[in-house]
Design a protein around this ligand. Structure first.
Ligand SMILES: Nc1ncnc2c1ncn2[C@@H]1O[C@H](COP(=O)(O)OP(=O)(O)OP(=O)(O)O)[C@@H](O)[C@H]1O
Ligand SMILES: [Mg+2]
Length: 342
């Protein structure tokens, strides 16, 4: 079976360790005196946000005092959380003892002697308060958060539960722009302070070692493959997948590699760029030197205008600045893609 996978969001069998970041997130939540109650995982498409969220959730969920609930940002999240908690067999008695009647909300838990709670905000307040009293901690995980009404409503209520001292925690992933927009919602100050973990490139030496092991190839060949993928997780999977499937050296699958990246990631990214963003990308692709001065000249922009678009690309994680006065693409062969797309 091919040890590489092209499926987004699936935990790969040959994952390259991001233990340092994972531990920082896990420790930040679980220590007796938690460093934060909310944190965000960000990065470009295919950078491994979902995989990280899944790993952190599994790690924390393995602890008996923790309840991990993954919620979709596309539905009523408060109700979904109440439903999720009330569905846990091990919690049923806790809520029953607290006489929390959820029958009105359609969540089953009926208590004859108590009137049903009619507001989900109140219900959750009592449920989370009770869980905190019982030493239980709740982590809510939200993949692909967007600044929509569901997420805003949930986060603003969650902020209140945190303020009340409940042991509730929030982990969200999102593309840069969405995380940025969420963090800058005036009413969600706790998100503004929430630390961001950026899914940067995978360790190049680890990538090479993994290729070397799977394909049984010389070290320099594996290193060359690692150079091609530039630590970008999706590219690491695609290149491995193709070499394995075709049983060819990497140099002979590069066209197909480009086609996969284009179809599954780059075209989408391209479609989200404005005309001026594209002008800068194209100028970057054309300027061999990578020097800001050369790129700006090719783009034909004033330095004020140029810096606006450069910053936009930096913020999206598409471009990195290597030392003073140089720019490069973070995604492998993105320049080649841009030349043909422009
Ligand atoms: N640590 C890792 N080591 C190796 N491969 C990884 C790692 N993390 C993710 N991948 C691979 O990279 C690809 C993208 O991962 P994932 O779906 O988590 O990205 P994402 O950032 O959630 O993307 P999107 O923004 O599209 O949701 C998947 O094929 C996955 O198997
Ligand atoms: Mg994802």
């Amino acid at each position: 079976m091919n040890p590489f996978s092209l499926t987004f969001g699936k935990e790969p069998v040959n994952a390259i360790s991001r233990d340092k970041q994972m531990n920082e997130i896990v420790e930040g939540f679980v220590s007796d005196n938690p460093e934060f109650h909310a944190c965000m995982i960000t990065g470009v498409r295919g950078s491994g946000k979902t995989v990280m969220l899944t790993e952190v959730s599994a790690e924390i969920g393995g602890n008996k005092d923790w309840i991990v609930a993954e919620l979709s940002p596309e539905r009523d999240m408060l109700l979904a959380l109440a439903a999720e908690l009330s569905n846990r067999k091990e919690l049923l008695q806790v809520f029953r003892d607290a006489k929390i009647n959820l029958s009105f909300l359609g969540l089953g838990l009926e208590i004859d002697s108590e009137p049903p709670i009619t507001d989900v905000v109140v219900a959750l307040d009592r449920m989370l308060g009770r869980l905190t009293d019982k030493g239980k901690k709740v982590l809510v995980a939200v993949d692909e958060a967007v600044p929509n009404a569901h997420v805003r409503e949930f986060a603003s209520q969650f902020q209140i539960y945190i303020r009340k001292g409940y042991d509730v925690f929030l982990l969200m992933t999102g593309l840069y722009q969405n995380v940025y927009d969420l963090q800058n919602q005036e009413t969600l100050t706790f998100l503004y302070r929430a630390p961001k973990f950026e899914m940067g490139p995978l360790n190049r030496a680890l990538v090479a070692r993994q290729y070397q092991r799977v394909f049984d190839i010389p070290k320099d060949e594996a290193a060359a493959m690692a150079r091609v993928v530039q630590g970008y997780p999706y590219a690491y999977q695609v290149l491995g997948y193709l070499c394995y499937k075709r049983q060819l050296p990497y140099a002979e699958v590069l066209d197909e590699f480009d086609a996969y990246l284009a179809e599954y990631v780059y075209e989408k990214i391209w479609s989200e760029l404005s005309g001026k963003d594209r002008d800068v990308v194209d100028a970057m692709a054309a300027a061999e030197s990578g020097k800001v001065g050369d790129i700006r000249g090719l783009a034909g922009m004033s330095s004020g205008e140029f810096s606006v678009y450069r910053d936009r690309l930096l913020k999206r994680g598409l471009v990195a600045s290597d030392g003073f006065g140089y720019l490069r693409f973070t995604l492998p062969r993105f320049g080649e893609f841009a030349k043909s797309a422009y």
